[in-house]
Design a protein around this ligand. Structure first.
Ligand code: ADP
Ligand code: MG
Length: 317
């Protein structure tokens, strides 16, 4: 690329809300045939909300939420934010139910809590792509994907497994929570698709690109989101470290891969991709690892970016 043509491209890019890192980024857009889209925060808003609470026999939903929120208060994951926000608001009667019989929620919603209802967490650990653990009011609390409980060797009652199934079938992310070696219930969180994602996917297809949805979340949630935005191919249940391997595998099969992501978890995959697209609203490390930054933080900008870059290259040639 000649410096002048590149300048034109990047200047127009800045107007459209696209920051282009260098000439190689422009070159790569011409060759790309596959676009891998991270689900949370890229295709969806990443602003999760608590949709349901399900408890095992004899467990109190308000207590489950309070202890899970205490341990999640030390995490920066969007799931953690949803659980913490729900715990500080009164739990609507409709959101909570025990699996056998009704578990009434105390009128206060926070019986046994301190003045402001908040419990503190000690000895906190975070397992990327799995969940969190910490000590809360003398209990060791675990919250995360069902496989985390398996991995840690905690007991998961059959009602909890059933609740995970029920919530995942509804397209929600099921977070299992419990303490002292036993799962006590499920906190189901739901995210919303960005209003622009469906148009963006259609735009990528018009450019001849194949979209693939990539996520650490479960297959059923991924399928529900994919269907909503018009994506056929889904790669789900991928741990943060596994995202790079997914990109490599696609490259080895002859694909030229663009990857759009926003999170700390996505940085390595963005760097591995032939073209890394970072959502401008995302983490700084993701932006650093990318070739193009989409300042507006919505995927239609990715379509604009690829179109602009191709046009700029045509002018140069
Ligand atoms: P994504 O690929 O959608 O950005 P992550 O890799 O960040 O997802 O997380 C994958 C899964 O790990 C989540 O769907 C959730 O089940 C679990 N998880 C991650 N962080 C937390 C947390 N702070 N609390 C509970 N569960 C978590
Ligand atoms: Mg993410």
């Amino acid at each position: 690329a000649t410096p002048t043509a590149l300048l034109v491209g990047t200047g127009r890019g800045a107007q459209l809300g696209i920051l282009i890192k260098g000439p190689e980024a422009l070159e790569q857009t011409r060759r790309v045939d596959t676009v891998v889209l991270d689900k949370t925060g890229t295709v969806t808003t990443g602003h999760m909300a608590l949709a349901a609470v399900r408890t095992a026999d004899g467990q109190d939903p308000a207590e489950l939420l309070r202890f899970a929120a205490a341990v999640e208060s030390a995490s920066e994951h969007p799931i953690a934010a949803a659980i913490v926000a729900a715990a500080s608001a009164p739990l609507p009667e409709s959101a909570a139910s025990g699996l056998s019989g009704s578990s009434a929620i105390p009128a206060s919603g926070k019986s046994g809590a301190g003045a402001d209802g908040a419990l503190t967490v000690g000895d906190f650990s975070s397992f990327a792509g799995f969940g969190v653990r910490g000590d809360v009011a003398g209990r060791t609390v675990l919250a995360g994907r069902p496989a985390l409980f398996e991995r840690e060797g905690w007991t998961v009652p059959a009602e909890v497994t059933a609740a995970v199934d029920e919530q995942e079938a509804a397209g929600r992310t099921a977070i299992v929570a419990g303490w002292d070696g036993e799962a006590r219930g499920v906190l189901a969180v739901a995210d919303t698709v960005k209003p622009t994602s469906r148009d963006a996917v259609a735009g990528l297809r018009r450019l001849g690109l194949t979209p693939i949805l990539l996520t650490g979340d479960n297959e059923r949630v991924a399928r529900a989101v994919a269907a909503e935005v018009g994506i056929d191919e889904v790669i789900a249940g991928v741990l943060p470290a596994g995202k790079v391997a997914v990109i490599e595998r696609l490259q080895q099969s002859g694909k030229v891969v663009a990857m759009a992501g926003d999170g700390v978890n996505d940085a390595a995959a963005l760097a591995q991709a032939d073209l890394g697209l970072a959502m401008g609203t995302g983490a700084d490390v993701a932006i650093e690892a990318s070739d193009l930054t989409l300042v507006r933080g919505d995927l239609t900008v990715a379509v604009d970016a690829i179109r602009l870059a191709r046009r700029t290259l045509r002018i140069i040639k």
